[in-house]
Design a protein around this ligand. Structure first.
Ligand SMILES: *Cc1c(COP(=O)(O)O)cnc(C)c1O
Length: 369
């Protein structure tokens, strides 16, 4: 018989207080205002901006559309340098607008884009660098900014993994030209579906707001090509609810991470991700590298755990460059990505969040021994 009686998933949603959510829903129906910058969206944006300490926060219908809008608002063209070890949407948001994502290798320790590698990919067509704060850990923001400044490139960040994280004491959301969050159900902080762009640049914020709402400057006046990127009231209600419980979510993830850390200390060949204790961190990604000395291969360990209903994931195997259309469009990209390919073949992400307790972590650890 299985020692785990229900399936444990990576990305099981964090859900805040139901009473609070229901209360917001009643308010929405009483007001009969469902979308188009309703009261809850406005309140949510203000609270997010306050929490992140950023001037502007524009909520969005999801993280992918938020990325597309950010890319367009910054007038990016030609080629943009990104890591390949990321969710496919980072690349797709560029390709969707006929901008070429140029895949750059990562740092062996941080798994984030290696600033020294970035320079090797700069061509006359390069317009920007888009860092990804992967697995709850910030990129080397200063080094990337230095490369961007030296070559006259724009710098923005896909911050989908880093809501609630800080870098040198400043919350993620304040770096580069702008940063893009996803509030998808699987993320640390969710609004069912949703996202946001944050920036300290007033003019850019104005432009993003226009583009998000069909380019409407005011009633009957359109000044840009825009799309529909708006967040609706029900998603904002979920966001406001979850914001109230954010401290609890953070504590639970910290507790789970500590339990994993203790467990993995006794297993040689499985290397757990480390987080900087002096920073804020959501600890949403329990990333483990399966080393050669471990008795099973990464995939065999995954199969073993799946058989016990522990749904670990190979995020982000095999890397964007080995998926279509990039695999066909850029067949030689892997030659410049040795670290990415090594890491993508070794990692497994374990479940955490409010659906997991330390008891479950112990059971998961017992299966890994
Ligand atoms: C989830 C995610 C996205 C896409 O966000 P959606 O809200 O699902 O559209 C983009 N980039 C990264 C790194 C992600 O993890």
């Amino acid at each position: 018989m299985s020692s785990i009686d229900r399936t444990l998933h990576v990305g099981a949603p964090n859900i805040g207080d139901r009473e609070s959510f229901h209360h917001y829903v009643d308010e929405i129906f009483d007001r009969r205002w469902l979308t188009n910058r309703g009261e809850l969206v406005q309140e949510f944006e203000q609270k997010l901006a306050d929490y992140l300490g950023v001037k502007h926060c524009i909520t969005m219908c999801n993280g992918t559309v938020a990325l597309e809008i950010a890319i367009r608002a910054l007038d990016l063209k030609g080629e943009v340098i990104i890591p390949s070890l990321t969710f496919i949407a980072t690349a797709h948001a560029l390709q969707w607008q006929e901008i070429t994502p140029v895949f750059c290798d990562i740092d062996r320790e941080t798994y984030c884009m290696d600033p020294a590698e970035v320079e090797k990919h700069i061509t006359p067509k390069t317009t920007a660098i888009m860092g990804v704060h992967l697995y709850s850990r910030p990129c080397d923001v200063e080094a990337l900014q230095a490369v961007a400044d030296k070559h006259g490139l724009k710098l923005l960040f896909d911050a989908a993994h880093a809501f609630g994280c800080s870098h040198k004491g400043t919350m993620i959301g304040n770096f580069g030209e702008c940063e893009v969050f996803s509030f998808h159900a699987t993320k640390f902080f969710n609004t069912f579906e949703g996202g946001a762009i944050t920036t300290n640049n007033d003019a850019l914020a104005d432009k993003i707001r226009l583009m998000q709402n069909f380019g409407f400057e005011r009633m009957d006046k359109v000044v840009y090509i825009g799309t529909n990127g708006k967040m609706n009231e029900i998603c904002a209600a979920m966001g406001l609810t979850n914001l109230k419980d954010l401290c609890e979510f953070l504590q639970i993830n910290k507790r789970n991470y500590e339990a994993y850390k203790e467990g993995f200390q006794n297993i040689s060949g499985l290397k757990l991700i480390e987080f900087d204790e002096s920073e804020h961190c959501n600890r949403q990604y329990i990333v483990v590298e399966v080393l050669d000395e471990y008795p099973l291969s990464r995939d065999k360990l995954m199969e073993k755990l799946h058989a016990q209903n522990i749904r670990v994931r190979r995020y982000f195997w095999p890397g964007c460059h080995r998926m279509e259309p990039y695999k066909s469009l850029q067949p030689n990209a892997g030659m410049m990505l040795p670290v990415t390919e090594t890491i993508a073949d070794r990692i497994l992400v374990f479940p955490t969040g409010t659906a997991i307790d330390t008891n479950m972590v112990s059971k998961i650890m017992a299966e890994c021994k």
